[in-house]
Design a protein around this ligand. Sequence first.
Ligand code: TPP
Length: 347
Amino acid sequence: MIDKNLSIDALRIMLNSRFFEEKTEELFKAGLIHGTTHLANGQEASQAGLCMALDDGDWIVPTHRCHGFTLCKGSWPVAMFAEMFGSRQGLAKGLGGSMHMPDKENCNLGSSAVVGSGVPLATGIAFYKKFESLGSASFAKSTTQNPKELPPVPVKNLSVAIFGDGASSRGSVHESMNLASIWKLPVLFYCENNRYGMSAPSDKMISVDKVSERASAYNMPGKVVDGNDFEAVYEAVREASAYIKAGNGPYLLEVMTYRFKGHSKSDRRLYRTSDEEQQWLLRDPIILFEQKMIENGYATKEEIDRIEQECRKGIDLQAETALKESFDKLTEDEVLNLVYATREDRS
Ligand SMILES: Cc1ncc(C[n+]2csc(CCOP(=O)(O)OP(=O)(O)O)c2C)c(N)n1
């Protein structure tokens, strides 16, 4: 198993993610947050396993179900709650809400409500990373060579294109995979397969048994991993990252998981049975991880309970802090100045 310190960090990060989602649901129900939200309860191992396996300077472009990725990549929870309260402390100054939490300092480009639209953006970042490593003259020369004969160019950093099983059939995803393959771009295509689009089960909507099978059509490796097993995800991302950073081009990782909650806050989940949901609750990634930690002698049940209490208290406090400042919203003039800002104004 991964070492003890890493395990404790992973547990804290996954617990913070879970409690963040629970708090968000509570605040929505209390009418303190408006708009919609997409919760990722049950997907913590996929989100923490990815972000913890990345190196400093690696970028992510998450999906609309972005809280866990954003938190695990290092964003300040107060700024995330503030974003949902619509206040100026928010990651997008309160103009984006639950689905839009960009954080440049933590190499997170943020997501968009348009399903699959982050994938070409992540491919663009990878293009820049390769361009940066090669220098413009060599890069221009390389695009005139037979793409299949391009030599590997090692890179320091990669970008991760995160998308769901629903997004996996969008044209933008396929176009990105093709271009990334031809130009051997350092991008990890990270398909978080939580078994459903809004209400459509992935096994009825996708032409192949596994999204990862599509990798061969784009001449890249494809692998499936158990997304409820933190260690399996972590190891798979480390392996993919080493392949990509050695300059071999893109990699497709399909992470099998399950969302415990509905698609969004208004979903009554009529398309699946409670029996199915109960089966998946038995595979709660946090409980599985805690059991492993106890078996390995990394922590006792009492120590885990204490960590849980600390994390819950921390998230409650962060939500409270953001709530106290939630009256502080951008003025109309400030919003207009931002919308029409020039590149110079923004930097
Ligand atoms: C281009 C586009 N088509 C449809 C929608 C409506 N929509 C929002 S989320 C969603 C399902 C996405 O499923 P998936 O990619 O598996 O991600 P998940 O919600 O399961 O995390 C759909 C169809 C949208 N927002 N954008």
